[in-house]
Design a protein around this ligand. Structure first.
Ligand SMILES: Cc1cc2nc3c(=O)[nH]c(=O)nc-3n(C[C@H](O)[C@H](O)[C@H](O)COP(=O)(O)OP(=O)(O)OC[C@H]3O[C@@H](n4cnc5c(N)ncnc54)[C@H](O)[C@@H]3O)c2cc1C
Length: 377
């Protein structure tokens, strides 16, 4: 690959001269930030810089749950974080999903308002009082009554094993991950956002004042830099962000698949859904925490074997299936589940640490980042 300084006059003019904003990371947050900024000020020259030949973090690898919180996960969050943090973050996810639908229509991203179910054993039930408490907060956030309720029929109807109780969230749904990403990319191109793929940012000095970053192909100048590198943020910046490898598998089409919808269990650590008549299952990171705290993206034998066992035992008991694909992506995690949205001086902006619900929260993070940037204009 040629270094930047050996490119043609045309290439330099088109891509590198007079860049107003360079966004690092072509995931949901990077692209929705680019779109927000272009909508507000179309003349901005925006360059998105992406390390992979495709976006290579979480946004093209996720499970496609348009979700904001299951009862058991929220219960566990409330035991670790303040109530304000938990409800503010949930509200950002709920509002973020609405913002995402304003950018890309639900139909375009294959959204299905199928609801979701949190599956539990009767050793750890969710009390009526806790459901009422959740519904009270959801009413304040969404204006909707009785978002969560116990569903007495699905476990038997859908043929699951090893669960006794199911709690439905009627406002969650599923999307088709590739359709969302394709639509965001197409809109960016349509609005004149430029992309540099296969270009890793190596370092930035003096974050708050620098107008240069080092990449594998040379130095790049811009008025401002926006870091949307999520799980990889700590590779460049001193931030509380840990990478979490999340592994997934998907079956080949099944005859007589008994269920449709999105499902979670074990406080959200496991998730499965139908994709047409296939089953997609991911999770288990909590059982392999040390191994899965890594930037590596190869799926591993041990986690994939575990997922296969879960699929056979709990989700498709007595059914034969074949696996079509197995993969992994990188989550951005930290002590808190609240994203980091910050500015450093007037030159650098950061929107990272989306956790496991970046489809919902990503567009809200982009909106807040864009506000910060435009307020500094
Ligand atoms: C397997 C899996 C399942 C998931 N399931 C769901 C789900 O069902 N629902 C949900 O809401 N969320 C889910 N998530 C989480 C969700 O996908 C993420 O929260 C969201 O995609 C984060 O978007 P992002 O743009 O912040 O980060 P990313 O999509 O990770 O984008 C960051 C980008 O920055 C690039 N980058 C990093 N460092 C550099 C560098 N130095 N130079 C240049 N480029 C760089 C990366 O290559 C990457 O493309 C899942 C994640 C995974 C991995």
């Amino acid at each position: 690959m040629l270094p930047f300084n050996q490119l043609s006059f045309w290439e330099k003019r088109s891509y590198f001269n007079g860049v107003d904003i360079a966004i690092i990371g072509a995931g949901i947050v990077g692209m929705t930030t680019a779109l927000n900024l272009k909508k507000r000020k179309p003349i901005l020259k925006i360059l998105v810089i992406e390390r992979g030949y495709l976006p290579s973090g979480a946004s093209t690898k996720n499970a496609g749950f348009a979700c904001f919180g299951s009862p058991s996960e929220l219960k566990s969050d409330l035991a670790r974080q303040t109530e304000t943090e938990v409800w503010d973050t949930l509200s950002m996810r709920y509002e973020g999903l609405k913002k995402l639908f304003e950018l890309v229509s639900p139909e375009t991203m294959g959204y299905k308002p199928c609801g979701s179910w949190d599956l539990l054993t009767d050793i750890k039930p969710i009390s009526e009082d806790f459901l009422n408490y959740l519904n009270g907060h959801l009413k304040e956030i969404s204006g909707e009554n009785r978002v969560y309720f116990q569903d007495h029929t699905i476990i038997e109807n859908f043929g699951f094993q090893g669960f006794d109780l199911a709690y439905k969230n009627r406002l969650e749904g599923s999307i088709e991950t590739d359709l969302l990403m394709d639509a965001l990319y197409a809109q960016c191109i349509q609005r004149g956002v430029k992309f540099l793929f296969n270009c890793e940012v190596l370092s930035i000095e003096n974050l708050d004042t620098s107008s240069e970053i080092d990449t594998q192909h040379g130095t790049l100048k811009a008025e401002r830099f926006v870091f949307c590198t999520n799980g990889f943020a700590a590779q460049l910046l001193n931030l509380d962000v840990e990478p979490g490898r999340a592994q997934v598998l998907v079956t080949r089409p099944l005859e007589n698949l008994r269920f449709q919808g999105t499902f979670h269990f074990d406080e959200g650590y496991y998730y499965f859904r139908n994709v047409g008549n296939r089953v997609l299952l991911g999770g288990g990171r909590n059982k392999f925490k040390a191994e899965e705290t890594t930037y590596e993206q190869q799926p591993t034998e041990i986690v994939q074997q575990h997922l296969l066992e879960v699929l056979q035992t709990n989700i498709l008991p007595h059914q034969t299936f074949e696996i079509q694909d197995q993969w992994a992506g990188t989550l951005g995690l930290g002590l808190s589940k609240t994203p980091i949205i910050e500015s450093f001086g007037e030159n650098a902006y950061i929107g990272v640490r989306m956790g496991g619900m970046g489809i919902a929260i990503g567009a809200m993070v982009a909106e807040k980042l864009s506000n910060l940037i435009m307020n500094n204009e």
